[in-house]
Ligand binder design. Structure first.
Ligand SMILES: *Cc1c(COP(=O)(O)O)cnc(C)c1O
Length: 396
């Protein structure tokens, strides 16, 4: 009997990664102070977190977590359908539904789990199809694999491509799934056009707004509301708590009947421990601040505008993004990695994003902004990126 040895497979994979210079290393953060991170004993200015509104360390958010933990403890003790569903979870679901002006919202342990849940619970037949933007988040792609139905992808932000894919995949039920704000590019999906396509093809439009919620639109209600779409157009959307809301967890918000179906049937909802109630309390506080504090978004967009004009002046290659995700294109993986390392030397932590996360030849620095950055820090970063580019070009 011939059998593949898993250890050997893992070893071969590690060697291949090393040969390509694609090893991934975790950095250990020992302390945080606003956007500053202490990494390997050095304080760096971070331009890589998803804490767009600066809520992760915000006093009221952390205090809500502490207070709830003092009363309710560290964990929820069970899944939602057994006895883990706490009034704080319920309050958070109501608050988010009210914020987004949708009938219902359901809390999940993470955005990844929520995406798996939506497709597995709704695309139950092999003949079903999920049509997706080529640059959608990995969890949306894996969700289709788990659902076991057909997956069709269309060119990035190409609504006509989506239409063609839906037309060519007849029979069964159809879902059209897209990121609202694209996580590695920062651009926004053409939601109005996609809604029209979904309507004409009787597909359910699902928007993963992990990076749009809190950041885009009036009151931070996200890219669906900003596009002027309601629950008739987008029956379900994903709201994550780990990005602009500074915490952990996620909600699927939208149509009451569909959300109810998820609560009763989605395996990634049923067979997992409910989020700690204290975490829900923190999210509740964060949602209230995200709704109320327009100044956080205003400041954030001022920083984004400052970055784009300053970077443009120094000839950095930006992408068409108006969100706090501002990639700087580097081309090769080697250049992206070397620039990231040079930036770290200069006191800035900026992630290099390389294949397979982005296509070959499109390696980039993924620069992200937070309300807590200062204009001085942004300007210093632009200069440091231009210097890093020169250093790397000189082969220094
Ligand atoms: C981060 C992210 C997720 C996963 O959310 P988690 O709560 O971190 O698991 C899903 N979709 C997109 C687009 C994301 O950026």
């Amino acid at each position: 009997m011939s059998r593949t040895d898993i250890h050997e497979r893992v070893q071969a994979h590690a060697e291949e990664r090393a040969a390509q210079g694609r090893q991934r290393r975790r950095r250990i953060v020992t302390r945080r102070d606003g956007v500053q991170l202490e990494v390997d004993g050095r304080w760096l200015a971070g331009f890589c977190s998803n804490d767009y509104l600066g809520l992760a360390l915000q006093f009221e958010v952390a205090a809500a977590l502490q207070d709830a933990a003092a009363r309710e403890g560290a964990g929820s003790t069970a899944s939602h359908l057994v006895c883990g569903h706490h009034t704080l979870h319920e309050q958070l679901e109501r608050e988010v539904a009210e914020w987004l002006e949708v009938p219902r919202a359901l809390l999940f342990g993470s955005g990844f789990a929520a995406n798996l849940a939506v497709q597995q619970a709704l695309l139950t037949e092999e003949e079903d199809v999920c049509v997706q933007d080529r640059l959608n988040h990995a969890s949306l792609i894996d969700a289709t694999r788990l659902a076991g139905c057909r997956l069709r992808r269309y060119p990035h932000v190409d609504a006509e491509g989506a239409l063609r894919q839906l037309r060519s995949a007849t029979g069964g039920a159809a879902m059209l799934a897209t990121d609202g704000v694209f996580s590695m590019d920062g651009d926004i999906a053409p939601l109005r056009a996609l809604a029209q396509v979904a309507r004409s093809e009787q597909a359910l439009l699902y928007v993963d707004d992990a990076h749009g919620i809190g950041v885009v639109g009036a009151q931070g209600r996200g890219s669906v509301a900003e596009a002027g779409l309601g629950v008739e157009d987008v029956p379900l959307q994903l709201v994550t708590l780990g990005k602009a809301l500074g915490g952990y967890g996620a909600l699927v918000a939208g149509d009451a009947e569909l959300v109810e179906h998820l609560a009763g049937n989605a395996r990634p909802y049923i067979y997992t421990t409910a989020l700690p109630p204290a975490q829900a309390a923190a999210a509740l506080a964060a949602v209230k601040l995200a709704r109320r504090d327009d100044w956080r978004r205003e400041r954030l967009y001022e920083l984004v505008a400052l970055f784009r004009t300053s970077a443009g002046r120094l000839g950095l290659e930006l992408m068409p993004s108006n969100t706090p995700i501002q990639p700087v294109l580097c081309g090769s993986e080697a250049v992206a990695s070397a620039m990231s390392a040079a930036l770290e030397q200069a006191g800035f932590l900026v992630g290099a994003i390389r294949p397979p996360t982005v296509p070959e030849g499109q390696s980039r620095l993924r620069v992200t902004f937070s309300t807590l950055h200062t204009p001085q820090q942004v300007q210093a970063l632009v200069v440091a990126i231009a210097d890093a580019r020169e250093q790397v070009a000189r082969g220094a």
